[in-house]
Design a protein around this ligand. Structure first.
Ligand SMILES: [Zn+2]
Length: 416
């Protein structure tokens, strides 16, 4: 066994020695069916991108019955409340996102076949939201008093052009957070501790246009875009930290015998390192501007092609050490439950924002089997799904500690 795997073994033994903790874990198993019911109910309240208001209000109502202080909907649309700790422990956020990728009017009603639930958004992130509720029930019913505070958060703007706006707003208002867990659909062993950052651009070239024969020699927007794409395709990027680029779509021109007036493409840049991402972005933008200039000059018409690069996607990147206590706590929590951690690939999730700010953060799988995410055929199989919340509960309790019994394992950050 890897030597680091013995980290926190003693502390987790102490945790599991507590009857309360064992009861709370058992409660989660018994609560599996109710959790699936919640998941369906939440999923059936539409939450299109930038229109999460109805689901936010619905979810806030669900939270009202628990022992949360300062429960509110903030100005960005995030719902959150604090389950107060009893002492001097770290403040840990547990979050799931309210938004889906589905536009308004999508049929989100659930259909159950052979105990598998089908509905757009049932996994991503209906699962995460339902997990927050079962965790709260288990903590309250078993009267668990933690040392640190736990903030339960349902956030907006995780998907697509939401660009993590919910997370950005939350962390600009809350500077006292010591740790963060995002719950996404996935196996109970999923453990993501590095965030893939991305920058996305709509690039547009414009020229004067003209007839392909009569106006021959006039600079072409398509030729400029072609020069740019060829130059981008020759860029070299580091393999480690993993850094990538892709021109995903192109458009332009009017007809085969017209010199193109306009042309453009969409460019996606990604890296797990924010420095590598910034360097890639600078290089790419320089090549794009150079291509416009080259096309203009090749035709002897300096400045005849203009180019604009509009930033349409912006997600921060960040990595953490494999030794980071937050990762070790989550590994140990999985170990003691006999759950194998098999998936640690970097992803782009809500956790990107805290990781980029230097706040320890993870994305953990909510349990159950799900698939077809972001499609109308999305499904969720609730069989034994409770292993997800069980692992998350143990990780949370390891981080925050238990009053008078278990010392918090997650260090507190120095506060500004
Ligand atoms: Zn998601």
């Amino acid at each position: 066994m890897h030597p680091t795997r013995t980290i926190f073994a003693k502390e987790f033994e102490q945790l599991l020695d507590l009857q309360q903790v064992r009861d709370a874990l058992f409660y989660l198993k018994e609560d599996n069916e109710q959790t699936t019911k919640d998941q369906i109910e939440i999923t059936e309240v539409e939450a299109p991108p930038f229109h999460e208001t109805n689901r936010a209000a619905f979810f806030k109502d669900k939270l009202e019955v628990f022992s949360l202080e300062d429960l509110k909907i903030d100005s960005e649309g995030n719902v959150y409340g604090i389950r107060k700790g009893k002492g001097n422990g770290p403040s840990v956020v547990i979050a799931a996102h309210l938004d889906t990728v589905f536009p308004a009017g999508t049929n989100v009603s659930a259909r159950i076949e052979n105990s598998i639930v089908y509905a757009p958004g049932i996994g991503d992130d209906g699962r995460g939201l339902a997990v927050l509720l079962t965790l709260l029930r288990s903590l309250d019913e078993n009267k668990i008093e933690t040392e640190g505070d736990i903030i339960f958060l349902a956030d907006v703007g995780e998907e697509g052009l939401g660009n993590l706006r919910g997370m950005k707003a939350f962390f600009s208002e809350n500077t006292n957070i010591d740790g963060f867990i995002s719950v996404e659909p996935g196996a109970p062993g999923d453990l993501i501790y590095c965030g893939v950052g991305s920058k996305r651009y709509n690039v547009t070239f414009k020229g004067k246009g003209g007839h392909s024969f009569g106006d021959y020699g006039t600079s072409s927007a398509i030729h400029a875009a072609g020069r740019a794409i060829a130059a981008l395709a020759d860029m070299t990027v580091p393999q480690n930290p993993k850094t990538t680029y892709n021109v995903g779509t192109i458009y332009g021109g009017t007809s085969i015998n017209t010199i193109a007036l306009d042309a453009g493409f969409q460019l996606d840049l990604r890296s797990v390192s924010s420095q590598a991402l910034t360097e890639l972005e600078e290089n790419a933008l320089a090549l794009i501007h150079e291509a416009a200039q080259k096309e203009s000059e090749a035709c002897g018409q300096p400045g005849s092609i203009t180019v604009s690069a509009e930033l349409v996607g912006d997600r921060p990147a960040g990595s953490q050490s494999t030794d980071a206590p937050i990762r070790q706590i989550a590994l140990r929590a999985a170990d003691v439950l006999g759950i194998e951690v098999t998936m640690e690939e970097p992803l782009s999730t809500d956790a990107n924002v805290p990781i980029s700010l230097g706040i320890p953060a993870l994305t953990l799988g909510g349990g159950g089997d799900s698939g077809g995410h972001h499609t109308l055929d999305e499904f969720f199989d609730p069989t034994d799904a409770f292993y997800g919340p069980q692992r998350i509960l143990l990780a949370l309790l390891g981080m925050t500690g238990i009053k008078d019994n278990v010392h918090p394992l997650l260090p507190m950050r120095e506060k500004k």
